[in-house]
Design a binder for this molecule. Sequence first.
Ligand SMILES: *Cc1c(COP(=O)(O)O)cnc(C)c1O
Length: 497
Amino acid sequence: MKYISTRGSSEVSAISSAQAIVDGLAPDGGLYVPESIPQIKPEQIEAMGEMSYAERAVLVFNEFLTDFTQAELVYCTESAYNVVNFDTDSITSIAELFDGTYILELWHGPTCAFKDMALQILPFLLTTSMKKTEGRENVVILVATSGDTGKAALEGFSNVPGTEIIVFYPVDGVSQMQKRQMITQEGVNVGVCAVDGNFDDCQTAVKEIFTDPVISKKLEKSGKTFSSANSINWGRLVPQIVYYISAYATLVKNGKIKTSEKVNICVPTGNFGNILAAFYAKQMGLPVNKLVCASNTNNILTDFINTGIYDRNREFYTTLSPSMDILISSNLERLLYHLSDAEHVRQWFKSLSETGRYEVTPEVKALIAETFVAGCCNDEETKAEIRRVFEKYSYTLDTHTAVASKVYSDYAEKTGDKTPVIIASTASPYKFGGSVIEALTGKPFEGDEFGSAAELRTLTHTEIPKTLADLAGKPIRFKDVSPKDKISDYVTKTLSI
Ligand SMILES: *Cc1c(COP(=O)(O)O)cnc(C)c1O
C-alpha cells in the first residue's frame, strides 16, 4: 500500500506508510492518503470477536501498513493496548444506553480522552517507521492542541528515546483539568507552552513552523526533523479505524446485532479525524448506514455538509466542549480527496487560504449526503442532554459526547431511523467535571478541578479515574505563555537551535 498527497503535485511521489508517518504532512501542503482502500471481509469481522484488542488492531493494520513486518505490528499494538496503559482489558468499552443505542467509550487510556487510542500507539509506529526509513534518527513532535491531543501526545511520547515533543495550547481554550494535566507533565523530552490565541492560531502557527525553511535548516543541522502528532498524521488515523470495526465485532459477538446488519455511527466532531476514521471503516466494508457528524456552536461542518459551502468567515465560540472548538477541520481534506480528486482539492484549499471559503461541486455535495448527516447543538442543549440522559438512564456523559447524543436523538426523532447506533464517547465526564456538575445540578460549580472530581463522584456514584486523581500530587512544571506570532521563538529556544 502506497501513500499519496491529497494535493497530488507531481513532485510528491507515492511513499510507504512508514515514510508517511515520519513526514506527517506532504511537502506540497497536502495530507497523505492511501492510494486505495483495502477491503475487510465479513468473516474477518466475525473472527475479530474472539480476538484481543491488540490482535484486532493487527488485523486492520495489516491492510494499511503493508511495509511493517508482522513482528513490528505485534510489538506496536501490544506495547500500546495493554492493561498498564488502559483501565479495562477490552481497551474500549460499550455501554448500552437503551435498546439499539450503544455508547462506545474510547476514554479508558491514561489521559481519559479518545485521543489515547491513537497516541498511545503513535510513538511506537513512529519510532518503528524511523528505523525503516533512512537518515532519520531524532524526531521533534510539534502539537497544537485544543486540550486533549496535547496531553495524550505528551503521555505517549514522554521519555521515548529519539523523540522530543513540544505542545501549544490556547491559554483560555482548555478545561482546568486539561491544563493541569499538561503543565504537570513528566519527562525529560517534553515542552509545554500556552498561546495567547485560540486553537486555530496554534494550529496555523505550527503548520507555518513545519514549512519554515530557516527553522528546518537549523533543525537539520542539529540532526533532527519535525514530525506531527496532530490528527493530520496517518499514524493517528489508522488506529482510529480499528475501534469502529472492533466495536461492531463485539456487538455481533454479544448478539446485539446480526452479522452484516447495518449500524449508524455518530461522532462528536472537531478536526474531522475521528469521523473520517469511521468513513474509512465504512469504505473498507463495515456495514454502516449513516455517519452522523455532531458539532457544537462552532457548526461550520453542519453548514458544510448541509450546503456544500465551507466558510470560516464566522465568529469563533468558546464552548463547554472545547475539544470541538475548531473552524479549520483539517481532515476534511482527506474526505474531499476520496470523493473527488487532487485538482479539485488544490482549487478548494487555495480558495480557503485566500478567501476563507470554498464551495464543492453539486456531485461532491451529493456524495457527502449519501453517507453523512450533520447536526449541532449549543451549550444549553448540551447541558440539558447530560441531565436528561443521567435522569433517564443513570449514565453520565461528558460535554462532547452529550453533543453527539443530542444531535443523534434529534436526528432519530426527525427521521424515524431505527438503525442501531454506535455513539463515539470521546472523554470521561471527569475531564470536564465543572460543566457536567453544572448540567446535573443547574448551578455553576465554583471549585477547582479536584473539587469538581470529588463532587461528580458524589453526584453520580462513579469512580474518579486514577490518572486524574493522581495529578493532585504532581508539581507544576510549565508556566510559559507566548504571543501567537512568537511561538517559533519558543521552539528554537526549547530545542536550542
Ligand atoms: C479531539 C476531540 C474531539 C474531536 O475529534 P476530532 O477527531 O478532532 O474530530 C471530540 N471530543 C473530544 C473529547 C476530543 O478530545
